[in-house]
Design a protein around this ligand. Structure first.
Ligand code: ADP
Length: 270
């Protein structure tokens, strides 16, 4: 053995490790910088709009009452957008900091799906969209997951299927039982997503061009939140879509382990 060679090799390994640590810190730093610049960009657009509408209405020469009402409505829409943004940002930063841990319980996924459908019925009706639940069996399926967070996943996905759905369309929630998981799919027959956008869909603030131009409200954070929650459960989520035909978002959950049911044997007394 050559001691000098050994030392050289150790130094090289140490240097390589430091280099990779520095690279990872750089990436985190870039990520933070991009995130901040995205946030300020997302806030600027509605703020400028609000300021513009208010300035116009405040102008001494502005007399058209109908126009004033329209401008204020538009300003209010942008205030809504800012509120969405703040709510979603708050949610995602809490999730990412690990401030709210996953709180596992056993519950019937069928019940949660029915609750979500009930809660979304109003909104769906306003958009003339039918919500249906498809499950082959009558039996409820028990899963182990954080009920509240999974409810958020459903709400975000069903919300999107309504927002990007089409009039007189249908959103269906399907439940498939796998070996020790369940697969849940939310399918709409709406505007669909261009293939080139699919890999970026779950990024924060990512919105396709068509949703921007259609003036559909949203923060671009909904799917990032969904992915974060599903992955925190060590489960997977994916999407398939055909532009103009519709989209399907599918995610898995862990089935609850069967609890042994002890037979109820009457105690014999003598
Ligand atoms: P947003 O607040 O914009 O809805 P999301 O993160 O929930 O943000 O979704 C990101 C983008 O993915 C949306 O802006 C839209 O372009 C696209 N998208 C999401 N769900 C659907 C869907 N069901 N059909 C078509 N496009 C969708």
């Amino acid at each position: 053995a050559d001691p000098i060679n050994d030392v050289e090799q150790e130094v090289e390994e140490w240097a390589a490790q430091k280099k990779s640590e520095i690279e990872s810190l750089r990436q985190q730093e870039k990520f933070r910088r991009d995130f901040l610049s995205n946030i300020s960009h997302e806030f600027k657009t509605p703020l400028f709009a609000i300021q513009g509408y208010i300035d116009a209405v405040q102008d001494d020469d502005f007399e058209d009452k109908d126009m004033a009402r329209k401008f204020l409505e538009k300003a209010a829409k942008n205030v809504d957008r800012l509120s969405y943004l703040i709510k979603d940002l708050d949610e995602i930063s809490k999730l990412e900091s690990g401030e709210i841990p996953i709180n596992y319980t056993r519950f019937k996924i069928n019940d949660l799906i029915k609750e979500v459908i009930e809660a979304s019925e109003m909104k769906a009706r306003q958009h003339k969209i039918k919500l249906v639940f498809k499950h082959k069996y009558d039996d409820a399926v028990l899963v182990t997951a954080d009920r509240e967070k999974i409810s958020q996943v459903f709400i975000n996905l069903v919300d999107n299927s309504i927002k990007y759905g089409r009039e007189d369309g249908t959103t269906s929630i399907s439940l498939f039982e796998l070996h020790d998981q369940v697969l849940i799919e939310i399918t709409d027959d709406g505007i669909g997503i261009e293939e080139k956008y699919l890999p970026r869909l779950f990024e924060r603030f990512f919105r396709t061009d068509s949703s921007r131009s259609r003036q559909i409200g949203g923060s671009g954070l909904g799917l990032a939140i969904v992915k974060h929650i599903v992955e925190a459960h060590e489960q997977t989520i994916n999407v398939r879509s055909t532009e103009g035909l519709g989209s399907t978002f599918g995610f898995t959950l862990q089935k609850a382990k069967q609890q042994i049911q002890f037979p109820n044997i009457p105690v014999l007394k003598n």
